[in-house]
Design a protein around this ligand. Structure first.
Ligand SMILES: Nc1ncnc2c1ncn2[C@@H]1O[C@H](COP(=O)(O)OP(=O)(O)O)[C@@H](O)[C@H]1O
Ligand SMILES: [Mg+2]
Length: 290
């Protein structure tokens, strides 16, 4: 029944203080993660260095259990590095609390609130919005929620309750909620894993539109190589646990991308190359010293 933990879509808002210089949005510097100690120690992430540029859309793919979610949790500050450092928005993650919002793969909408109020929730919690929530929840904040909902095709559903929406619609509302407080960093952990293929493809286009319009830095974990190729501007392939980055490729397909593109030879070739890397990474796990 519970084979997998709930998948997170985490939103961290890096402080806007760093002007002038352009530090990487996220930087792992010789970072390792080991869970537990002694005989129970589980090395989850081998020494990894990775710089994600501001506004980049990076997809992380790799065999199950290789440390992908661990990297997202490092970026959000939920997990601390065992060695090395994690720098988000120019600061070490643990050094100062980041603005963080969360949403789950099975979108955890509050059933007693309308979609509009659910989407506005981060504004009720996160400063500087929080201070004016009481005043703006029927004004500017509601307009903001409506604008986002319209962008994902939910204009007519703002006043509905979560149970009145399909899974795909809820995930769209979830994306709106993830973006409403204008985070500079969007962390998505298999956000579309529970949806059927057609709904998933629809959401790729919506996420692409949202990214093109708002340009947050996105770190997306996915098992779906077509999803990675459709959405990402860069794909990192990880080895089996303890993971490290085996391949790091820029993905230059023109935008906006569409589904037809995913059947073209260049795209199929990319898919096959990534697939081979992951298959080798999985079987390589059994090899000595891997
Ligand atoms: N809190 C934890 N305690 C012990 N082991 C953990 C914990 N979280 C993850 N792991 C282990 O670390 C490895 C990497 O986990 P994870 O990053 O969730 O993998 P992925 O997201 O790539 O499937 C897995 O083998 C997992 O079992
Ligand atoms: Mg995971």
């Amino acid at each position: 029944m519970s084979q997998a933990l709930p998948k997170l879509a985490i939103v961290a808002d890096a402080p806007a203080a760093a002007t002038g210089s352009h530090p990487a949005a996220i930087e792992l510097s010789q970072t390792t993660v080991t869970f537990g100690r002694g005989a129970n120690a589980v090395p989850a992430l081998s020494e990894t260095s990775l710089k994600i540029r501001d506004g980049e859309f990076l997809a992380l793919v790799g065999p199950s259990g290789c440390g992908k979610s661990t990297i997202l949790k490092l970026a959000s500050g939920l997990v601390r590095p065992t060695t090395g450092a994690v720098i988000v928005g120019g600061r070490e993650v643990a050094a100062k609390a980041l603005r963080i919002g969360m949403a789950f793969q099975n979108p955890t909408m509050l059933p007693w609130l309308t979609i509009e109020r659910n989407v506005m929730l981060p504004l009720k919690i996160v400063q500087p919005f929080r201070a004016s929530y009481g005043r703006e929840k029927r004004g500017a904040f509601r307009d903001k929620a409506h604008a986002l909902l319209a962008q994902v095709g939910l204009r007519d559903f703002a006043g509905k309750y979560p149970w009145q929406l399909s899974g795909g619609m809820l995930q769209r509302a979830n994306l709106c909620r993830a973006l409403i407080h204008e985070p500079r960093l969007l962390l998505l952990d298999e956000p579309f894993g529970a949806l059927d293929q057609f709904t998933r493809e629809e959401l790729w286009a919506i996420l692409q539109d949202l990214w093109l319009e708002h340009r947050p830095t996105v770190l997306l974990v996915t098992h779906d190589l077509r999803e990675a190729g459709f959405l990402a501007s860069r794909i990192c392939v990880m080895s089996a646990r303890p993971g490290r980055i085996l391949d790091d490729s820029e993905i230059g397909f023109a935008r906006p991308r569409n589904i037809a593109m995913t059947f073209e030879p260049d795209f199929v070739a990319l898919n096959q190359r990534l697939r081979d890397l992951i298959v080798n990474a999985r079987t390589g796990a059994a090899a000595p010293g891997a």
